[in-house]
Design a protein around this ligand. Sequence first.
Ligand SMILES: N[C@@H](CCC(=O)N[C@@H](CS)C(=O)NCC(=O)O)C(=O)O
Length: 142
Amino acid sequence: MVELEYIAGSPFARAVRVLLHELRMDYVGREAEFAPTPRQLGADTPTMQVPTLRDGDLVLWESGVIADYLMRTSSSRFCEEPRLATELWRPNHEWADKLLFGTVQTFGTSVTTISQLTWTGVTIRDNPHLRRCAERANRILT
Ligand SMILES: N[C@@H](CCC(=O)N[C@@H](CS)C(=O)NCC(=O)O)C(=O)O
């Protein structure tokens, strides 16, 4: 069974958990219970981030790579209605799907940058880059 390391507030990990649910895949979730140090989070990966997926000896990080792997290796949901796409990008909508996916990832990066810096005492009020992140997140949503 695959194992997923995650934290509850991570939008990247949430996307992978939603996909695991949609694929009807059982998994062992390893949720960090307190704000861990970067060294503890994603300790087996170069990015030191979550989500991290383990499937036997295989360790994967980056939510998009994990999603791609799960969709290609799982067959559990593809005969059920409504059918799921079998790949991350629909063949006839490749560029639109890639743009949408990249934009959602950028939204996640913007909001997690704001929250992680806010936890360390740097707020949107103090910091022009965080204001830009907030503006970007807002624009993506509208
Ligand atoms: N591009 C990565 C982003 C993952 C990410 O930003 N994870 C955050 C949680 S939302 C994290 O692990 N932060 C801990 C840290 O940076 O130390 C992905 O898609 O998986």
